[in-house]
Write a protein that binds this ligand. Structure first.
Ligand code: FA5
Length: 372
């Protein structure tokens, strides 16, 4: 067989062939030899040897056949030699691809060394805001609340009107903010919700009392960013409606939540406030966790967090205004309830001593890694 290889070193004139059939025969011997060698290839080294010997750039069989046979063939023979050379070349290339593929498959099939240490991939952690959401959700789960969610793009009806905030009500001034540009003819208007309270309405529309839900989510307002304001922030809405819910249930629930979240030593208080969808409305304060309600910083001087007052405002809340029940077909004479809206970002800032709300949104891993 290897006599044919010797012939690849000879110029065409010395091959002693003069017909197409004889030329074909030469190439057939070559391809048969290539096939025979290919079948013996097993290891990586043998595969590389096969490639270099048959297809390599320097002195491979293919290079020699082109240089000695094709390039020196007389004009009238060149078409034959060229055609068979092309077939031969493609044949050996596919023979090589085959052994390469077989090698790759064998590689995959190699048994794993199970004693090797595992690959350790760094796993991210939940963002602090997500962790606080979960903490709060767990507290409310423990007293019978469940989670519902609502859309971030809202209609003015749900964001305002059904919450007893009619058009031109001054309360809208703070909130009448991110309206969406809609294609001509699309039903609208639509806006990015400014609080999670619209989900109160959506929930009561769908469910009959008793209702006990919390609503975590993102909200949007045209507030200029500073240490305590962001144009996108997070709230958890709470809503409990039943036949006999009193203001005492309300204060007890909130007090329980705050003590679970901040610790038993925290004191709470209500101050009168105003929301069109609650009556009475309150702002809920907790005694300052930084100075323990004394108003004096531990290092001396006025506490910078509560500005010496000893109390920190946490969120707005109140008993659901009977007018709201009218929008969801509840009978205000038969039901009562309370609602609250907690700003999660500020709550997290308080609990974890973060002095700038923007830190939550800057994605600085040095900050994020502090809350694994
Ligand atoms: C509301 O949004 C009412 N929907 C809350 C409510 C619900 C009252 C149910 C009664 C019944 P307010 O605008 O005060 O209320 O916002 C609630 C909390 O969101 C604030 O206490 C504050 O913690 C947070 N907050 C408001 N604006 C921003 C802001 N720009 N950046 C970060 N947090 C904010």
């Amino acid at each position: 067989m290897t006599a044919i290889l010797e012939k690849t070193k000879l110029p065409f004139a010395d091959l002693g062939v003069s017909t197409g059939g004889e030329i074909e025969n030469l190439f057939r011997q070559l391809t048969e030899l290539a096939d025979a060698e290919q079948r013996k290839v097993i290891t990586d080294e043998e595969r590389e040897e096969f490639r270099v010997r048959w297809l390599g750039r320097n002195d491979s069989v293919r290079v020699r056949v082109k240089r000695n046979w094709l390039d020196t063939a007389p004009k009238e023979m060149r078409r034959w030699v060229g055609t068979y050379f092309q077939y031969f070349s493609e044949h050996v290339e596919s023979a090589y691809s085959y052994v390469k593929l077989a090698g790759e498959i064998l590689e995959v099939d190699k048994p794993e060394d199970l004693s090797l240490p595992g690959v350790i991939r760094p796993i991210g952690t939940h963002h602090l805001i997500r962790q606080v959401f979960q903490e709060i959700e767990d507290i409310f789960f423990s007293i019978g609340f469940s989670v519902v969610e609502g859309p971030e793009i809202e209609t003015p009806y749900y964001n305002f009107e059904a919450l007893n905030i009619p058009e031109f009500h001054p309360v809208r001034d703070d909130m009448d903010t991110f309206y969406l540009e809609l294609p001509k003819g699309a039903p609208g208007p639509l806006l990015l919700r400014t609080h999670t309270s619209p989900v109160q309405i959506r929930t009561m529309e769908k469910r009959q009392p008793p209702v006990r839900v919390i609503v975590p989510g993102k909200v949007y307002r045209r507030d200029n960013p500073d240490a305590t304001h962001s144009f996108m922030f997070h709230q958890i809405e709470g809503l409990a409606v039943d036949s006999d819910i009193t203001f005492c249930d309300f204060t007890g629930t909130i007090d329980y939540f705050v003590k679970q979240f901040f610790g038993e030593s925290v004191k709470t208080r209500f101050r009168p406030s105003y929301f069109p969808f609650t009556e009475p409305s309150v702002e809920f304060d907790a005694s300052c966790i930084f100075c323990e309600g004394t108003g004096t910083a531990k290092s001396g001087g006025t506490c910078g967090k509560c500005k010496g007052v000893g109390w920190i405002e946490l969120f707005g809340a109140g008993m659901v205004d009977p007018a709201v029940y009218g929008f969801v077909n509840y009978d205000p004479k038969k039901v009562s309830g309370f609602a609250f809206g907690i700003g999660i970002d500020r709550l997290a800032m308080l609990k974890y001593g973060i002095d700038d709300i923007q830190a939550f949104f800057q994605n600085d891993v040095r900050f994020l890694r502090q809350f694994p």
